[in-house]
Design a protein around this ligand. Structure first.
Ligand code: B12
Length: 210
């Protein structure tokens, strides 16, 4: 970990908001804000999660640290592109989970890249299937950070298949980063490691259909 990342991590673990803010400003003087989010903030949150599962820090620390990060990320998310791309209807959702920051970032990056993406917020499978059918969604972006929620993608796929809905599903989030084969096992069509992957995958699907 470089010096800035180490200092950022220490400030975050101590919940020292002014220091975190100052270090973020320092980082964005060298790189574009979204790159700092992906390369600095996301890995450090993952590290905090590992420290929590190892019993080294309290959940309340993660909660507060993630609130500080959310505030920073919210301020630097890219603006929606003026030019919109003509793509099949697509939506993004957090499935049965309360981890929302990843979805927020993926949505903004997609919108900044010119995609119209319906934001379904947080839903369970039954409600989600209804929305997908009503909106005629063809590409679905699913964000999950809990393993039980990741396994629900299998239920979702089965429910969509049972209704004859042809929907391509791209998944992302911690369980799929922990287990690189999980996305196939739950019946997704693709898995993305970050927001930029979401853009690449959707573009690839469109090219394949052309
Ligand atoms: C912050 C955090 C919280 C916060 C969430 C705040 C919020 N509003 O989001 C709080 C404190 C509330 C929380 C609560 C809990 N958490 Co938590 N949490 C985390 C932590 C540390 C970071 C998550 C995060 O925000 N990362 C930053 C964002 C930007 O990254 P991201 O979501 O991964 O998204 C990026 C990529 O994955 C990708 N991506 C994400 N979605 C998608 C979708 C698509 C389509 C694509 C292409 C890409 C993509 O792009 C994003 C940008 O790069 C993770 C650790 C980890 N390894 O992820 C644990 C973690 C997810 N939590 C965990 C747990 C267990 C819990 C709790 C059950 C703890 C408890 N006992 O209460 C609760 C459950 C809450 C619930 N029911 O959902 C576990 C899950 C383990 C598992 N196997 O299921 C983890 C992995 C920690 C750990 N190492 O054990 N948590």
């Amino acid at each position: 970990m470089d010096k800035l990342a180490l200092e950022f991590y220490e400030a975050l673990a101590l919940l020292d908001r002014p220091r975190v803010e100052a270090l973020f400003q320092q980082a964005i003087s060298q790189k574009v804000p979204m790159q700092v989010v992906e390369e600095l903030i996301t890995p450090l949150l993952i590290r905090l999660g590992d420290e929590w599962s190892a019993g080294k820090i309290a959940l309340s620390q993660i909660y507060m640290a993630s609130r500080i990060c959310e505030d920073i990320v919210e301020r630097v998310l890219p603006a929606m592109a003026v030019e919109r791309k003509a793509y099949p209807p697509m939506a993004i959702v957090v499935l049965n989970d309360y981890h929302t920051l990843g979805k927020r970032i993926v949505l903004s990056v997609m919108q900044a890249s010119g995609f119209d993406v319906l934001d379904y917020g947080r839903m369970d499978v039954d409600a989600l299937v209804g929305r997908i059918l009503a909106d005629g969604v063809k590409y679905l972006l699913v964000s999950v950070l809990m393993l039980p929620a990741a396994l629900k993608v299998k239920t979702l796929r089965a429910a969509l298949d049972a209704r004859g809905a042809q929907v391509r599903i791209v998944v992302g989030g911690a369980p799929f980063l922990f287990d690189s084969e999980l996305w196939r096992e739950v019946g997704a069509d693709a898995m993305g490691c970050n927001a930029a992957d979401a853009v690449t995958i959707v573009q690839r699907w469109r090219e394949e259909a052309a």
